[in-house]
Design a protein around this ligand. Structure first.
Ligand code: CA
Length: 231
């Protein structure tokens, strides 16, 4: 499954098939891309392979528990920023504090309402991937509306191609962060598609041109040997 800025990828870790199906169905209906696992070991592998934007993690899993999965993911720099929402039965509520100490970002008690879970998921993504929940992004004099796909600089509309729009969204979600060409390929083109890293340079060039069409300084920074950054 390719990941794009338009569609957040959610990993569902739940050992009960019926619950997994309901979650998958509801999240897909909300426009999320889904990968799922029924045990903790597979979950850890999937996180590595798919780099999900968020994880819905059942507490009670066979062998490796949800808590242990959470703890391991939060210990590793590469995965620690991925929001984790833990699911737990009411009987385990006493362990709630422990769950939060393992670094879970939120906690939902079973049986939960799908509406509540969706709200919690959106709240997490608003923080980490604002463009995926229709937020308006701002940087310097540039605004990007991820719902209407309208980009303006200094109040004047800019015309961007789809790849340039995704590139700009990626940059605007994390101003100042340096992205390597490989990371930008993953984010914008999707990891399953083979595209040469030089393609990134071509589209960065187009984005630069589009951003300065009404004047203004160059907002994109080329970081030699590393990649690109906004600001
Ligand atoms: Ca379970």
């Amino acid at each position: 499954m390719s990941k794009t800025t338009a569609q957040p990828l959610v990993l569902i870790v739940e050992d009960e098939p019926a619950q997994r199906e309901v979650l998958t169905y509801n999240l897909e209906a909300e426009g999320f891309a889904i990968v799922s696992a029924d045990n903790g070991d597979d979950a850890l592998l999937l996180v590595e392979e798919e780099q999900p934007d968020l994880i819905v993690l059942d507490w009670m899993l066979p062998s490796l528990s949800g808590i242990e999965v959470c703890r391991r993911l939060k210990l590793r720099a590469k995965t620690s920023a991925i929001p984790i929402i833990m699911l737990s039965a009411r009987a385990e509520e006493v362990d709630r504090v422990r769950g939060l100490e393992t670094g879970a970002d939120d906690y939902v008690i079973k049986p939960y309402s799908v509406i509540e879970l969706m709200a919690r998921i959106r709240a997490q993504l608003r923080r980490t991937r604002p463009s995926t929940v229709g937020a308006r992004l701002e940087f310097d004099d540039v605004t990007l509306d991820s719902e209407t796909h309208r980009v303006e600089r200094g109040g004047k509309e800019l015309k961007l191609g789809p790849k340039e729009f995704r590139l700009l969204t990626t940059f605007m979600e994390k101003p100042g962060r340096v992205w390597s060409r490989e990371q930008l390929l993953d984010r914008v083109w999707g990891r399953d598609i083979y595209v040469d890293t030089r393609t990134v340079d071509v589209h960065i060039g187009r984005l630069r041109k589009a951003l300065s069409v009404h004047g203004g300084n160059d907002l994109l920074r080329t970081v030699r040997g590393a990649g690109y950054a906004l600001g």
